[in-house]
Design a protein around this ligand. Structure first.
Ligand code: KIV
Ligand code: ZN
Length: 515
C-alpha cells in the first residue's frame, strides 16, 4: 500500500445515495450538491452511473464540466459500452476517474453473472485496461467483496493492479461484515497481494447491520486509505457509511488513526441540510454530527458542566461542523448582493443572473411575511425554487382553504396544466387532505401517497414549513419538496412537485441490477 497519512474521501451521494428509493435528483440538484461537495474539499465525487440513462449521462457531464477542485468519477460495469460511456461523460473534467466493477463472491458469480471465476478475472482485466485507455485514474471494485473468498480476491486484485488500477475498492455490498473481521480482511489483502504497494486500498460499506462506519474505520486502521461514503449516510437500502461520521471520527481521534482528511468540516451541516432538502430524506434528530440534537444538552448536570468547561461533555465543537445558533442573517432591507454573498457562503452559487433575480424576488416575498430570515430559510428558499423549476405539466397558481371547527374543510386551487389554467375544489378530512384531493381530481395521476412529512425549518411560529411528499406509481418512487410559511401551501407545492417528477419519462438501469 502507498504509505500515506492522507485519507481520500470519495463521496458517492450522487450515485449510491441516489439509489435510495425516492432519492432521485434532477441535474440541477446534483450540480448544487456537487458544488457543495467541492467546496467541502471532497477528494473524489462519484457523479453518477453514466450509462444508466441519458439523464444520468448529462448529469455526470455537467458536473465534470463544472467541478474543478475535486476529481469527478463515473461508475461503469466491467463492460466496454459502460466504460466508453463513462469516458465520454467525463471528457470535460479537469481530473477524471473511471470506477469499474464486477462481482467476486461465489453467490454473485454463480447466480447473477453466471460466469466462472476465470472469466470474471478476464473481464475485470479487460475493463481496467480499457478504462486506462481513457485515463490514468482507474478504480476497480470487487462487488460483494464482503462475501468473497480471500484467495480469489487476492488473485483478481493482483491482476487488476497489473492491468493499471490505481485504486482497489473492497465493498461490503450487502452490509454483512463485522469490524474486526473486515479490518483483518483489509490487512490480509495488503499483506498478501504482491503488488499491493502500487494501489490505494479503499472501502465501501453498507449499513444493513448499522456497522458501515465502524467497518470503514476498522479498515482504515488496517491500511485502507480511501473511504467511500455519503452525506447523511444516504444510499441503497440502509445506506452507506456517513461522510460526516467518518471525517469527524478520524479527526476527533487523531491520536488513534494518525491520519488526516482535507475536508473543511465547517461545511458539513449546510451540506447535510442541502442533501436532506433536495432528496426529502429528513435527518433524524439524534443522528451523530448533523442531527438537531447532536450538540443539544438536555440534562441540567450536562448543561452545567458544559457552561463551566465545554470539554466536560463535548468532544467536538458544534461550530467546527457548521452549526451556529440560528443567526439572523438577512432582513427585509437586505440587498441583492448581500443575498447572493450569503447564499454563496452556504454553498449555493447562482448560475445565471435571472436565477438570482427570481430567488431574490422570492426572498423579498418571504421577508414581507417573516421578519427574521435565517440561513435555513435561505436554503429552503433556493431549494424550493429549484423544485418549482422542475419542468413538468403542473404548476400551482393560487389556492385558498376554508377550515373551521365543526365544518368539513374545503380547498380551492388554480392549477396550470400544460399552460392552461383550471380551477378545482374538494373537501377533505383536513385542509391538506382537501388540497391533495383537489389536485388529484385534476391530475388523475393514479399515484399513491407513501409519505407526508412536515418539518419546521427554524424555531418560532413564523417558521417556514418544509413539506416532503413521497408518491409511488408502477414501482417508481419520487419525493417532492415544498416550503412556505403556510404549511398547507407548502404541502400543495410539494405535491405538485412530486407529480411533475413522477410524470417524467424515466428509464434507467440499476448498476447492480443487470449485466
Ligand atoms: O455496494 C457496492 O458494491 C457498490 C459498488 C458498485 C461499488 O455500490
Ligand atoms: Zn454500494
Amino acid at each position: 500500500m502507498m504509505s500515506t497519512n492522507h485519507l481520500v474521501i470519495f463521496d458517492t451521494t450522487l450515485r449510491d445515495g441516489e439509489q435510495s428509493p425516492g432519492a432521485s435528483m434532477t441535474k440541477a440538484e446534483k450540480l448544487r450538491i456537487a458544488k457543495a461537495l467541492e467546496r467541502m474539499k471532497v477528494d473524489v465525487i462519484e457523479a453518477g452511473f453514466a450509462i444508466a440513462s441519458p439523464g444520468d449521462f448529462d448529469s455526470v457531464k455537467a458536473i465534470a464540466g463544472s467541478v474543478k477542485d475535486s476529481t469527478v468519477c463515473s461508475l461503469a460495469r466491467a463492460l466496454d459500452k459502460d466504460i466508453d460511456r463513462a469516458a465520454e461523460a467525463l471528457k470535460p473534467a479537469k481530473s477524471a476517474r473511471i470506477h469499474t466493477f464486477i462481482a467476486t463472491s461465489p453467490i454473485h458469480m454463480k447466480y447473477k453473472l453466471q460466469m466462472e471465476p476465470d472469466q470474471v478475472v478476464e473481464q475485470a482485466v479487460r475493463a481496467v485496461k480499457r478504462a486506462r485507455g481513457y485515463t490514468d485514474n482507474v478504480e476497480f471494485s470487487c462487488e460483494d467483496a464482503g462475501r468473497s473468498e480471500i484467495d480469489f480476491l487476492c488473485r483478481i486484485i493482483e491482476a487488476a493492479i497489473d492491468a493499471g488500477a490505481g485504486t482497489i475498492n473492497i465493498p461490503d455490498t450487502v452490509g454483512y461484515a463485522i469490524p474486526e473481521q473486515f479490518g483483518d480482511t483489509i490487512r490480509t489483502l495488503i499483506e498478501r497481494i504482491p503488488n499491493a504497494d502500487k494501489a490505494i486500498f479503499s472501502v465501501h460499506c453498507h449499513n444493513d447491520l448499522g456497522l458501515a462506519v465502524a467497518n470503514s474505520l476498522a479498515a482504515v486502521s488496517h491500511g485502507a486509505r480511501q473511504v467511500e461514503c455519503t452525506i447523511n449516510g444516504l444510499g441503497e437500502r440502509a445506506g452507506n457509511a456517513s461522510l460526516e461520521e467518518i471525517v469527524m471520527a478520524v479527526r476527533t481521534r487523531k491520536d488513534l488513526f494518525c491520519i488526516d482528511t482535507q475536508i473543511e468540516t465547517q461545511h458539513i451541516v449546510p451540506t447535510s441540510r442541502l442533501v436532506s432538502t433536495i432528496t426529502g430524506f429528513p435527518v433524524q434528530p439524534n443522528k451523530a454530527i448533523v442531527g438537531a440534537n447532536a450538540f443539544a444538552h438536555e440534562s441540567g448536570i450536562h448543561q452545567d458542566g458544559v457552561l463551566k468547561h465545554r470539554e466536560t461533555y463535548e468532544i467536538m465543537r458544534a461550530e467546527d461542523v457548521g452549526w451556529h445558533t440560528n443567526s439572523l442573517v438577512l432582513g427585509k432591507h437586505s440587498g441583492r448582493n448581500a443575498f447572493r454573498t450569503r447564499l454563496q457562503e452556504l454553498g449555493h452559487v447562482f448560475e445565471t443572473e435571472s436565477e438570482l433575480n427570481e430567488a431574490f424576488t422570492r426572498f423579498k416575498e418571504l421577508a414581507d411575511k417573516k421578519h427574521e430570515i435565517f440561513d435555513e430559510d435561505l436554503q429552503a428558499l433556493v431549494s424550493a425554487g429549484a423544485g418549482s423549476d422542475i419542468e413538468g405539466k403542473f404548476k400551482l397558481v393560487c389556492m385558498s382553504v376554508a377550515s373551521e371547527t365543526g365544518v368539513t374543510p374545503v380547498a380551492k386551487l388554480t392549477l396550470e396544466v400544460e399552460g392552461v389554467e383550471h380551477t378545482v375544489s374538494s373537501e377533505g378530512s383536513g385542509p391538506v387532505d382537501a388540497a391533495f384531493r383537489a389536485i388529484e381530481s385534476m391530475a388523475e395521476s393514479g399515484a399513491s401517497l407513501q409519505l407526508y412529512s412536515v418539518n419546521a425549518i427554524t424555531s418560532g411560529t413564523d417558521s417556514q414549513g418544509e413539506v416532503t411528499v413521497r408518491l409511488e406509481r408502477g414501482g417508481r418512487i419520487v419525493n417532492g419538496v415544498g416550503a412556505d410559511t403556510d404549511i398547507v401551501i407548502a404541502s400543495a407545492k410539494a405535491y405538485v412537485n412530486a407529480l411533475n417528477l413522477i410524470s417524467r419519462e424515466h428509464t434507467r438501469h440499476h448498476p447492480q441490477g443487470d449485466v
